[in-house]
Write a protein that binds this ligand. Structure first.
Ligand code: KIV
Length: 263
């Protein structure tokens, strides 16, 4: 039985840190699942990381469903969370229920994630009341990049109070966890201590109940830019490029294929 939303709450109660990584395909899902993460987020970051878009805005329900099906086929133990793409829930509660329901029915995922605090509380409540577990997402919300004018740190000055209200609203609406993205560590600490549900940080410091990173960032496959909060645990992009260069060189020089790799 994969990790459940109740396990998330229980881990917070016991003070056990929660680990979440993204995956957008079967092989990556198998790697992160077998390594033992608690949850796999099929993030709409797939737009930038897997599909080459400039932001998450163009990502569609069809793309998310296609990739999430592959991830679900690759997991055994981790919870799979479907990131609701831009305009799949902001247009009204009925749309949100139909799209999130479609995600659960067609992909076999366990929960959905939606961006937004106070303004999405009614939608979260309606989803949960329909039997759809929801992970919230406050602080920096990448689907609002055009409103913010970039991906800057959130939650300083006046905005601090607003983010606390957002996190509380998400919990009160019935979410089982909330992502805190790119906010000061002290603010994340205050929110984490205030909430009963676990906080999952990305660029939100060490006091969160868990951490999430984009897999391709933390293994060094996505090299276009590296935010300060990303720690690279491997340099797979570099390794892969070197392997490809050796392949080209060996094919050109006649070294590959040799006896060992021929019939
Ligand atoms: O889309 C995504 O990958 C995300 C996170 C990294 C939290 O929303």
């Amino acid at each position: 039985m994969p990790v459940t939303t109740a396990d998330f709450i229980e881990k917070k109660r016991k003070g056990e840190k929660i680990t979440v990584l993204t995956a957008y395909d079967y092989l990556t899902a198998r790697i992160v699942d077998s390594a033992g993460v608690d949850a796999i987020l099929v993030g709409d970051s797939l737009g930038m990381v897997a599909l080459g878009y400039k932001s998450t805005i163009p990502v569609t329900m069809e793309e998310m469903i296609h990739h999430t099906k592959a991830v679900v086929r690759g997991r055994r133990n981790a919870m799979v969370i479907f990131d609701m793409p831009f305009l799949s829930y902001q247009t009204g509660i009925r749309d949100a229920i139909l799209n999130a329901g479609r995600a659960l029915k067609e992909t076999g995922c366990d929960a959905v994630k939606i961006e937004g605090g106070v303004e999405q509380a009614e939608t979260i409540r309606a989803l949960v009341n329909s039997g759809i577990p929801v992970m919230g997402h406050v602080g920096l919300q990448p689907q609002s990049v055009n409103v913010y004018g970039g991906y800057k740190l959130r939650g300083r000055g006046e905005e601090r109070k607003r983010i606390i209200e957002d996190a509380k609203a998400v919990e009160e609406a019935g979410a089982f966890a909330v992502v805190l993205e790119k906010i000061p560590a002290e603010l994340a600490k205050e929110i984490t201590e205030m909430l009963r549900i676990p906080t999952i940080g990305i660029g939100a410091g060490k006091y969160c109940d868990g951490q999430v990173l984009v897999f391709q960032d933390m293994v060094g496959l996505f090299e276009d830019f590296k935010p300060k909060f990303v720690k690279r645990y491997a340099e797979l992009g570099k390794l892969a490029r070197e392997a490809v260069e050796r392949f080209i060189e060996e094919v050109k020089s006649g070294k590959f294929p040799d006896e060992e790799h021929s019939y």
